[in-house]
Design a binder for this molecule. Structure first.
Ligand code: ADP
Ligand code: MG
Length: 268
């Protein structure tokens, strides 16, 4: 029997990806020969220092950037922005002239949802991120955490099987960040969404990821991988998980691997 091509069954598959920015002589190699895959329902976290190419890889999966070398597929096809993926950035990037609901309705319109269904669907999406009843609020009336919630709701508008998140909580205060981490973990587990999540925080990586890929810079590449194995069933008490001994152990282990990766082989 022919071996199934893993790219047909993985939700995200990057193979031998090299990205160079700029023209020939002045070009920067952002990432070199990176391969990674996410199976359906997997929560994969990319962790590494600033400049190691995390955002670049996310942009490849989103279809915003084309690789200089290598192939990328999402759900078996070349990535097209907005088709199979929802994207959340560090800054919410909401339209300031639209209301919270207006931002989501706009995304629904782009997804081809008929006008008469948009209001109800908007309310549903806001409720999923804990913002029921806020559709009429102006975006500047919302806290940073609420704005990120709207951005997540907007990313879910197309009911993507794949969610790409680029340091979405980095600009939030610690308590809001913890709350949103717990909510996103729960949301992903309940919906079976495949997530590729970028962070530079070991704590965030271990809490969220079922698998953590550690990157190093110069050029950007994956140098280590950690399976976390923390409970992921829907209904898991994520806040309690954060207090567990196993969580502390994993966080320490990852932090050590990250330190080693940052120092590079010469330092070993
Ligand atoms: P990270 O998200 O891990 O901080 P990035 O993917 O943003 O890393 O960047 C990786 C490398 O590519 C960095 O050296 C960065 O300066 C460079 N880079 C990123 N985007 C561009 C761009 N549009 N033009 C030129 N260089 C870029
Ligand atoms: Mg980045």
């Amino acid at each position: 029997m022919p071996q199934a091509d893993p790219r047909d069954t993985d939700d995200i598959a990057l193979h031998g990806i090299t990205v160079r920015y700029g023209r020939a002589k002045a070009s920067v190699t952002a990432v070199e020969d990176v391969s990674l895959a996410a199976r359906p329902g997997e929560f994969v976290v990319l962790v590494g220092p600033s400049g190691c190419g995390k955002t670049t890889l996310l942009r490849i999966a989103a279809g915003f950037v084309t690789a200089s070398e290598g192939t990328a597929t999402v759900r078996g096809e070349a990535p097209v922005p907005g088709r199979a993926t929802g994207v959340v950035f560090q800054q919410s990037r909401l339209f300031p002239w639209r209301t919270a609901g207006g931002n989501i309705a706009f995304a629904l319109a782009r997804q081809g949802v008929p006008r008469e269904l948009r209001a109800a669907r908007t309310e549903e999406l806001l409720a999923r991120v804990g913002l029921a009843g806020t559709a009429g609020r102006r975006t500047w009336e919302l806290s940073g955490g609420q704005q990120q919630r709207v951005a997540i709701a907007r990313a879910l508008a197309g009911e993507p099987q794949v969610l790409l998140m680029d340091e979405p909580f980095a600009a939030l205060d610690a308590l809001t960040r913890e709350r949103l981490q717990e909510e996103v973990r729960t949301l992903a587990a309940a919906s079976g969404t495949t997530v590729l999540f970028v962070t530079h925080s070991a704590e965030e990586a271990v809490l969220l990821g079922s698998r953590v890929l550690v990157m190093a810079a110069g050029p950007g590449r994956i140098v280590a991988e950690l399976e976390t194995g923390l409970e992921r069933a829907a209904g898991t008490d994520v806040a309690a998980l954060r207090g567990s001994a196993e969580f502390s152990r994993l966080r320490g282990e990852l932090a050590a691997v990250m330190r080693e990766a940052a120092l590079g082989p010469a330092a070993g």
